[in-house]
Structure formats: structure tokens, C-alpha cells
Design a protein around this ligand. Structure first.
Ligand code: KET
Length: 406
């Protein structure tokens, strides 16, 4: 037998985030804890399907008029309209003036990719600035779409807060027209968001330099527990009449991770441009996956269009956000009680799904080896994966890591 034609293919490394789950699954320890991927767990450590999602699915199953035909290339029309309203606001003038085009995509990642492919084909400036640090998949998505990736300063490790002057300086030095990736809220991995005043300054700077904002909104509702408050940054940029792009994910806020449901929108200056832009988005999508899946988008549309179900969703979402906030307090208290060296107040100051602990790679490796705690090597922990039962184990591990590993 001759060798495989693929004999020279080398083994690829695991993904820095999803690979953490692969390693966790192999661990036999009863105390193992997965704080890697950003996926919500209940106090019992179980994945959660929202009641309102179960209800919507039941309604869909019971409706025998529903069929499984292909959706249009742009996805479910109702879903697109409702998604635009959710992110830009129910009374958004941009929507009323038909200046927004929204297409259903494969969750947040697919939305970012479709947006990036469109920009690489139709926008004059091919450089995108992403925050340093950012979600690990951003540089890969944008590079493979044909954009050139640069970074802007975002995080100051010594304050564990925003490097606002560094951010303004780097965006101020970016070439006019460059694309800028912004996390709408609950910045991943840092948990550090600009204040409203800081957003306003970022907006003014970006508009004066004609930088093009591309928002990644993967956590609407998860930062504050309020869907409108968490969209404030985006709405500031839309309110000035300028153009912007937004990638929306329902993975976290509706718990629809595996359904892969999201939306990509471009706010244009006129309805005429928006129509032509949408025609080109279809040319991006058709050869990639033809058209998106129907089930997840139908669940979202069912919930968003019914007042009572929307309210029920907001309440369940708020409960998830609140549980995460209480985990922050419990972890902070547990470290204080142990007298763990260092200032841990960033645990309660940061917002969203993650705490960027400041633990280094060796300390993380120690916690995995000795305590069976799985997290990304940059020291990020998913607070959503923690529960009152597991806080003491995590606090013990952090205490040991900080006191015994440099
Ligand atoms: N943007 C950000 C900022 C983000 O954190 C994620 C997912 C996504 C987009 C994409 O999510 P999607 O499932 O495509 O809607 N982040 C978590 C999961 C992952 O890495 O895929 C995480 O950081 O753990």
C-alpha cells in the first residue's frame, strides 16, 4: 500500500477556547470544573434551556402549517426585522427610513465572517483594528476573509481596567477610513467596558477620522441584565446618522449556542444604498452556505414578536446576568476570606460573562493540573460556569496558584 496522499498533513493544535472543553471532557476527576468556554450553567452546573425557548419550540412543533422549505439567502424576514429592532431600538430612525439591511447568519461568528467578506470585496480600506486583547477568533475570522488586522490598545494590566488614553491615541493614529472592531458590551476577555462618556469620545474621534465602526454584539443583556442598556454604545453611533456594521449573536442571551442563530446588519446613509448592499450580501452568502437554517431563527422570531414572551425572556435573561454578578461577589469574598495576596476587586468591577483574573499561564497550568480547573491560558474564567458549590474549590486553587507559582 502506498502512503496516504495526506501523509504530510501535520497535527493541528486544539482551539485555544473550544480545546479547553476537549481537555476537560478527558479528565476523570469528580471535582473537575470547566470555566473555559463562555457558556451559561445553572447553580447545579447544568446547561440551561430557557423556559421561553421551550415554549416557543412547542408552539413551532404544534403548528402543522410549518414546512421545512429553504429560507431565502438572507434568512427569515421576520427574524431580520425583529433583530434590527432589538439592537438598534424599536424607534430607530435608521430602521424607519429603511436604511438598515439585516441578514440572518450562523450565529455571531458567521455574522462577523459575512460582514468581513463583504468589506473585503466592497470597502476601500482593508485594514481592521481590533482591541488588544480580544476574542481569540477575531483575528482569524478577519484575516481569512481577506482583511488586514492591526490592534489598538484597550486594556491596562496594571489597573486591570481600560487603557483609554492608549485607545484614543491608537485610533487617532489609524489611517482615515480604517475599520474598527468594537465590542458592544461585556468585552471579551477583559470584562472592561468604556463608560458612556468614554463611548461618546470614541464616537467623536471615529467620526472625525471617518473610521468605520464594526460592532460585535455577542452579549446583549448579559452585561447589565437590560437589553436596551447593553445596546447603548451601538445606538450612539447610529443616532449620529453615520454608517456602521453590527454582528449579533443569540448564543448567550437566548441560550441558543448550538442552534447557530445570529444576524448581521449594515446601517447605511440611504435606503437606496442599503438595497444595493443587501444584493451584494446575497452574493457573499450563497456560495458559502446557500441559506441559513430555519429552526433557531423561528424560535427567536416567535419570542421577539410576542409581547408576553419578550417580557418572559427579559426576566430569564436578567436572572442569568444576576447569577453571574452574585458569583463575582462570592468569589471575591472567598479570596478575601483566604487572605489571598493581591487586589481582587476587579472581579466585582468587571462585567459580563468573564473575569480576566490576571493569573499567568503557569498559574493556570498549575490550577488545571492540581485542581482540575479548566480555563483559557490567558487567565480568563467564565463566571457563568461557576456556582456557589464550586466557588470554594476555585478560591482554594487561585490561592494556591498565587502563593506557590510565580
Ligand atoms: N464574539 C465574541 C466577542 C464572542 O465572545 C463570541 C463567542 C462570539 C462572537 C461568537 O459566538 P457564536 O457562538 O458564534 O455566536 N465566544 C465564546 C465561545 C467561543 O469562543 O466560540 C467564548 O469566548 O468562550
Amino acid at each position: 500500500m502506498s502512503d496516504s496522499v495526506f501523509a504530510s498533513v501535520v497535527q493541528a493544535p486544539e482551539d485555544p477556547i473550544l480545546g479547553v472543553t476537549v481537555a476537560y471532557n478527558k479528565d476523570q476527576s469528580p471535582v473537575k470544573l470547566n470555566l473555559g468556554v463562555g457558556a451559561y450553567r445553572t447553580e447545579e452546573g447544568k446547561p440551561l434551556v430557557l423556559n421561553v425557548v421551550r415554549k416557543a419550540e412547542q408552539m413551532l412543533v404544534n403548528d402543522h402549517s410549518r414546512v421545512k422549505e429553504y429560507l431565502p439567502i438572507t434568512g427569515l424576514a421576520d427574524f431580520n426585522k425583529l433583530s434590527a429592532k432589538l439592537i438598534f431600538g424599536a424607534n430607530s430612525p435608521a430602521i424607519q427610513e429603511n436604511r438598515v439591511t439585516t441578514v440572518q447568519c450562523l450565529s455571531g461568528t458567521g455574522s462577523l465572517r459575512v460582514g468581513a467578506e463583504f468589506l473585503a470585496r466592497h470597502y476601500h480600506e482593508k485594514t481592521i483594528y481590533i482591541p488588544q486583547p480580544t476574542w481569540g477568533n477575531h483575528p482569524k475570522v478577519f484575516t481569512l476573509a481577506g482583511l488586514s488586522v492591526k490592534t489598538y490598545r484597550y486594556y491596562n494590566p496594571s489597573t486591570r481596567g481600560l487603557d483609554f488614553s492608549g485607545l484614543l491615541e491608537d485610533l487617532g493614529n489609524a489611517p482615515s477610513g480604517a475599520i474598527v472592531l468594537l465590542h458592544a458590551c461585556a468585552h471579551n476577555p477583559t470584562g472592561v467596558d468604556p463608560t458612556s462618556d468614554q463611548w461618546e469620545q470614541i464616537r467623536q474621534l471615529m467620526r472625525s477620522k471617518e473610521l468605520l465602526p464594526f460592532f460585535d454584539s455577542a452579549y446583549q443583556g448579559f452585561a447589565s441584565g437590560n437589553l436596551d442598556a447593553d445596546a447603548e454604545s451601538i445606538r450612539m453611533f447610529v443616532a449620529d446618522g453615520g454608517e456602521c456594521l453590527a454582528a449579533q449573536s443569540y448564543a448567550k442571551n437566548m441560550g441558543l449556542y448550538g442552534e447557530r442563530v445570529g444576524a448581521f446588519s449594515i446601517v447605511c446613509k440611504t435606503a437606496d444604498v442599503a438595497t444595493r448592499v443587501e444584493s451584494q450580501l446575497k452574493l457573499v452568502i450563497r456560495p458559502m452556505y446557500s441559506n441559513p437554517p430555519i429552526h433557531g431563527a423561528s424560535i427567536v422570531a416567535t419570542i421577539l414578536k410576542d409581547g408576553d414572551m419578550y417580557t418572559e425572556w427579559s426576566v430569564e435573561l436578567k436572572a442569568m446576568a444576576d447569577r453571574i454578578i452574585s458569583m463575582r461577589q462570592q468569589l471575591y469574598d472567598a479570596l478575601c476570606a483566604r487572605g489571598t495576596p493581591g487586589d481582587w476587586s476587579h472581579i466585582i468591577k468587571q462585567i459580563g460573562m468573564f473575569t480576566f483574573t490576571g493569573l499567568n499561564t503557569s498559574q493556570v497550568a498549575f490550577m488545571t493540573k492540581e485542581y482540575h480547573i479548566y480555563m483559557t491560558s490567558d487567565g480568563r474564567i467564565s463566571m457563568a460556569g461557576l456556582s456557589s458549590r464550586t466557588v470554594p474549590h476555585l478560591a482554594d486553587a487561585i490561592h494556591a496558584a498565587v502563593t506557590s507559582v510565580a
